[in-house]
Design a protein around this ligand. Structure first.
Ligand code: FAD
Ligand code: UDP
Length: 383
C-alpha cells in the first residue's frame, strides 16, 4: 500500500492530522475537493492588496496551551485582542454587552444603579449568561437582561439561524456573555493571536512535509465508497486508515436525509479610504439584513494607504444540492443530533474509518477545538 493514511479534507482537522502522522513517518494522502488548502480558514490577497478571509472572519483564541504550542511551530503569531461594537438604537456599544454599553445606553443615574445592582448580585464574577440575567429575581437586573436579550440577541439570532431564539441551543447564545465590568474583548481566552503571515501560510507550513501528498480539486467520494461496513477505494477493499473531515451525510449518500446547516452569503466591498469603521467587526443585531461587517485590515495588521475591504454576512439556508452554497454552521438541536447519531452508528461499524472536524462530527467547533480534537484523534489512532 502506497499510503498509510488517507485524509479527506484539508482544513484544520485534516491538515493537523496529516502533519502529525507525517512527523511519525507515516505516508499520508490528502484529498481536497476545493482548489486550495486550508478549508474555511483560507485567505487570499485582493487586487487592492488587502488580505481577506474568504469564508468569513477568523480570530484565533484558546485556553489550550497545547494547541497554541502546536500552532507556534508553523507560524509566528502576533498578539491580537478582538473588539466588537454592536449597533443598538443608533448607538455603537461594546459587544459583549458590558458596563460601558450600559453607560452609553442609559442616563448616568440609571446606569450607576444598574452597575451597582450587578456588582452586589455578582461580586467578583467577570461574566454571566444573558439567560441568567433575564431570570434574575431582582427587577432592575431582570429588566436589563430583557433589554439586552431583545436588542442584542433576539433579532441577531433569528436572522442568523432563521428560528426563534427560544428554539436555539443555549450553548450557541452563551458563546457571547454579558461582561460585568469594562473588559471590552470579544473573547476572554488566555491566548489570543493572529498568524503573522496569515492562515494560508500556516497551512502551507503544516503541509510542507515529504510524507504528505496533496491532491487538490479531487472529491474523495468519487473514489471512496462504503459498502457492507467496508471501505472501497477504486472498487477494491481498502484496509488502511481513512480520516474523513467532510459532511457525514454525504459520505453515506444522505441515507437518513440531509443534515441541516445555516449558510452565508458573503458580500465583499472595496473602498478607497483608510478605514471604513472604527473596529474590526461591528454587529448589526436589528434593522439590517446582514449580521455583521468585518474590516479585514484590523485583522491582518496590514498598513495600506487609502484602500480597505469589508465583508457583510447575510445568513441563508443551506441546500446541499446547490454546489455554490456552503455548509457553515451545524444547527444543533435534538432532532438533528438524532439524525447525526444514526450516521455515526454506521461509522462505528467500520474499524478503519475515523471522523474529525466540524462537518464530519456535526459540531459548532472553533478552530482551537478542531485542532485539539485532531491532536487527540492522532494519539488514539497511534495507540
Ligand atoms: P473545514 O475548514 O470546513 O475543512 C473541511 C474540508 O474538507 C474543506 O476544505 C472541504 O472542501 C473538504 N472536503 C469536504 N468533503 C470533501 C470530499 N468529499 N473530498 C475532498 N475534500 C472534501 N473559529 C475560531 O476559532 N475563530 C473564529 O473567529 C471563527 N470564525 C468563524 C466564522 C465563520 C463564518 C465560520 C463558519 C466559522 C468560524 N470558525 C471560527 C470556525 C472554524 O472555521 C472551524 O472550526 C474550522 O475551520 C473547522 O475546520 P475543519 O477542518 O473541521 O473544516
Ligand atoms: N449573538 C447575538 N448577537 C450578537 C452576537 C452573537 O445574538 O451580537 C448570538 C447569535 O445567536 C450567534 C451566537 O450568539 O449565532 C454566537 O455568536 P458568535 O459571534 O460566536 O458567532 P460566530 O462568530 O461563530 O458566527
Amino acid at each position: 500500500m502506497k499510503y498509510d493514511i488517507i485524509i479527506v479534507g484539508c482544513g484544520f482537522a485534516g491538515s493537523t492530522l496529516a502533519r502529525k502522522f507525517a512527523n511519525a513517518n507515516k505516508k499520508v494522502l490528502i484529498y481536497e475537493k476545493r482548489n486550495h488548502i486550508g478549508g474555511n480558514m483560507y485567505e487570499e490577497i485582493l487586487e487592492n492588496g488587502v488580505r481577506v478571509h474568504k469564508y468569513g472572519p477568523h480570530i484565533f483564541h484558546t485556553n489550550n496551551k497545547i494547541v497554541f504550542d502546536f500552532l507556534k511551530k508553523y507560524s509566528d503569531w502576533y498578539f491580537y485582542e478582538h473588539k466588537v461594537l454592536g449597533k443598538i438604537n443608533d448607538n455603537l456599544v461594546p459587544i459583549p454587552f458590558n458596563f460601558k454599553s450600559i453607560e452609553l445606553l442609559y442616563n448616568q443615574e440609571k446606569a450607576e444603579k444598574i452597575k451597582k445592582k450587578l456588582q452586589e448580585k455578582y461580586p467578583n464574577v467577570k461574566k454571566v449568561s444573558i439567560l441568567d440575567l433575564i431570570n434574575d429575581s431582582d427587577p432592575t437586573i431582570k429588566k436589563l437582561g430583557e433589554f439586552v436579550y431583545k436588542n442584542v440577541f433576539e433579532n441577531y439570532t433569528a436572522k442568523q439561524w432563521n428560528i426563534p431564539i427560544s428554539e436555539i441551543d443555549k450553548s450557541v447564545i452563551n458563546r457571547v456573555p454579558v461582561i460585568l465590568g469594562y473588559d471590552d474583548r470579544y473573547f476572554q481566552d488566555k491566548y489570543q493571536y493572529m498568524p503573522k503571515d496569515g492562515y494560508t501560510k500556516v497551512f502551507e507550513n503544516l503541509l510542507n512535509h515529504k510524507n504528505i501528498t496533496l491532491e487538490l480539486e479531487h472529491n474523495a467520494l468519487e473514489d471512496i465508497k462504503i459498502k457492507d461496513n467496508k471501505i472501497y477505494l477504486d472498487n477494491k477493499e481498502y484496509k488502511g486508515i481513512v480520516i474523513y473531515t467532510g459532511e457525514i451525510d454525504e459520505l453515506f449518500e444522505y441515507k437518513y436525509g440531509a443534515l441541516p446547516y445555516r449558510s452565508l452569503n458573503l458580500v465583499f466591498e472595496n473602498y478607497d479610504m483608510n478605514y471604513y469603521q472604527s473596529r474590526a467587526v461591528i454587529n448589526y443585531p436589528n434593522e439590517e439584513l446582514f449580521t455583521r461587517i468585518t474590516e479585514f485590515k484590523y485583522l491582518t495588521n496590514q498598513i495600506i494607504d487609502k484602500k480597505t475591504t469589508i465583508l457583510k454576512e447575510y445568513p441563508k439556508t443551506y441546500d446541499y444540492k446547490d454546489k455554490n452554497n456552503l455548509p457553515y454552521y451545524a444547527i444543533i438541536n435534538e432532532e438533528n443530533l438524532k439524525k447525526y447519531n444514526q450516521y455515526k452508528d454506521l461509522v462505528s461499524k467500520i474499524p478503519n474509518l475515523y471522523l474529525c472536524g466540524r462537518l464530519a462530527e456535526y459540531k459548532y467547533y472553533n478552530m482551537d477545538a478542531v485542532i485539539e480534537r485532531a491532536l487527540n484523534l492522532y494519539l488514539e489512532i497511534m495507540k
